[in-house]
Design a protein around this ligand. Structure first.
Ligand SMILES: C[S@@+](CC[C@H](N)C(=O)[O-])C[C@H]1O[C@@H](n2cnc3c(N)ncnc32)[C@H](O)[C@@H]1O
Length: 234
């Protein structure tokens, strides 16, 4: 588990490596692509660096951004003007809880690299809570580590659940959701991603955070193995 200090170092390192200019270059927003009307209320759980929100910030949207990291919001506010941030984004820096979205209705939901931090039962409860806030044609973007991930077979310090395709279909059954997009990725990290991993390792060392050569090796040799789906509520 990351401490608060480590978390801040991660976000600062990310901000330094991927600065404001060019941050969204090459980014494809698959949620917005499949939203039938390009407007409405968007929920992003575990928003982190908030690429989805940032790429839609000039549109006709309002956002509810939830992340248990205060540092995530600190660095998000450096990427956009304070006024836009306050007017458009409701930020909750706390672990997700169903009460946070009670009585809300969302046209779009981003679940990008968040569900695999829950065990499958808890992920089901998160998704069930979110489903109550969807209406016909609401779109949900999901990206999770797949069960092909090499970390699936390793002992890890941080818990992760690695999803099978079937588990995704069980979370979002075809009787309730139309599948607009499905992709299973299994590829090496890009040169830029490896460079970031090395940069982050060096920052950890600078900040006297212990990192063994083995951890470093695992970190920079990760493969990207993900299931990505975009589903629309029937
Ligand atoms: C791997 S990052 C993903 C960030 C972003 N969604 C993306 O795909 O680039 C996971 C984020 O989820 C946040 N997080 C982890 N567990 C959480 C929880 N239970 N509730 C809210 N946020 C959580 C972390 O602080 C982190 O910012």
């Amino acid at each position: 588990m990351k401490t608060e200090g480590q978390d801040r170092i991660y976000h600062k390192t990310y901000f330094d490596f991927y600065p404001k200019i060019g941050f969204l270059d090459g980014f494809e927003n698959l949620l917005e692509k499949y939203l039938p009307e390009k407007k409405g209320k968007i929920l992003d759980v575990g928003c982190g660096q908030s690429r989805y929100i940032l790429s839609m910030i000039d549109g006709d949207y309002e956002f509810l951004a939830i992340d248990d990291s205060e540092a995530a919001f600190e660095f998000l506010s450096l990427r956009i003007s304070g006024e836009v941030c306050r007017n458009k984004i409701d930020c909750i820096s706390h672990p997700f809880h169903p009460d946070m979205i009670k009585n809300e209705v969302f046209n779009g939901v981003v679940l990008s690299n968040i569900l695999h931090f829950y065990n499958y039962q808890d992920a089901t409860e998160v998704v069930d809570a979110i489903k109550k806030s969807l209406i016909k044609d609401s779109v949900v973007y999901v990206c999770v580590h797949s069960d092909e991930h090499p970390g699936n077979k390793l002992k890890r310090t941080q818990f992760k659940h690695f999803f099978s395709k079937k588990e995704i279909k069980d979370l979002f059954p075809e009787s309730e959701f139309e599948y607009m997009y499905e992709e299973s990725v299994n590829e090496d990290m890009s040169e830029r991603e490896v460079a970031f991993a090395l940069f982050y390792c060096s920052k950890q060392k600078e900040n006297r955070i212990e990192i063994t050569d083995e951890q470093k090796e695992t970190y920079i040799r990760q493969r990207k193995t993900q299931h990505i789906v975009v589903v629309k509520r029937r």
